[in-house]
Write a protein that binds this ligand. Structure first.
Ligand code: TMP
Length: 215
């Protein structure tokens, strides 16, 4: 196990990317490696991760709620996030655990922001209110184009996944724009390749970021 794993205690890492990017598989692999290295790992997923958050998740993803207003949608994602940070993320970081989140504010900026049309500044302002000062140390983006992503999704799509190829093309662009703007806090991994190759690139990339934190 590389020795940079020792520097992950009390850090906050986010795994994010378009639906169908394979991020959740890589998330599981990374979490398992961290546990093998002896770290305490706190895994969370968004929307959800708490009892209140899972109830919000159900409202957000239910195809019956197709008429949900975009601002309502953005605020519900943030509400779930506020609960998650207060109840789970902050205490875990305080006791020295590594927090791994499957999606975070980068998802809202990509889906409700770039793809949906809400101003970035508005999302960031609500985000600051929802999560306070605890922003992720690193956000790993699993990048795939919208066609590869669509081919990986199950035929039973949730409310967000049903939005089609053009929406998902903008989601991808939203992630890449965030990474281009703040390269010190983002890592983009080419997730179109075979799963083991993606894991290898992810490990190397995270290791390079950790080396910079400790230099
Ligand atoms: P999941 O399938 O990775 O659990 O994510 C649930 C869906 O919610 C996915 O289509 C992305 C979407 N989403 C947003 O639109 N905005 C957000 O802020 C988050 C966290 C997820």
């Amino acid at each position: 196990m590389p020795d940079w794993f020792d520097h992950l205690a009390a850090r906050f890492l986010v795994f994010d990317g378009p639906d169908g990017s394979g991020k959740s598989t890589q998330f599981g692999r990374f979490a398992a490696s961290c546990r093998e290295a002896g770290l305490e790992v706190c895994e969370v997923r968004e929307p959800g991760g708490t009892s209140i958050g899972e109830q919000i998740r159900h409202v957000l993803l239910d195809p019956a709620n197709h008429d949900m207003d975009l601002r309502c949608e953005m605020l519900l994602y943030m509400a779930s996030r506020a609960q998650l940070v207060e109840q789970t993320v902050r205490p875990a970081l305080q006791r020295g655990a590594l927090v791994l989140a499957d999606r975070f504010i980068s998802s809202t900026l990509a889906y409700q922001g770039t793809a949906g049309g809400i101003e970035r500044a508005d999302i960031l302002e609500v985000g600051r209110f929802a999560i306070g000062a605890r922003w992720p140390d690193l956000t790993v983006i699993f990048d795939v184009d919208e066609r590869v992503a669509a081919s990986r999704l199950s035929p039973l799509l949730d409310r967000i996944e049903q939005r089609g190829v053009e929406f998902h093309r903008r989601v991808r662009a939203g992630y890449l724009a965030q990474a281009a703007e703040r390269p010190e806090s983002f890592l983009v991994v080419d997730a179109s390749r075979e799963v083991d190759e993606v894991t290898e690139e992810m490990m190397e990339g995270i290791g390079a970021h950790v080396a910079r934190w400790t230099a």
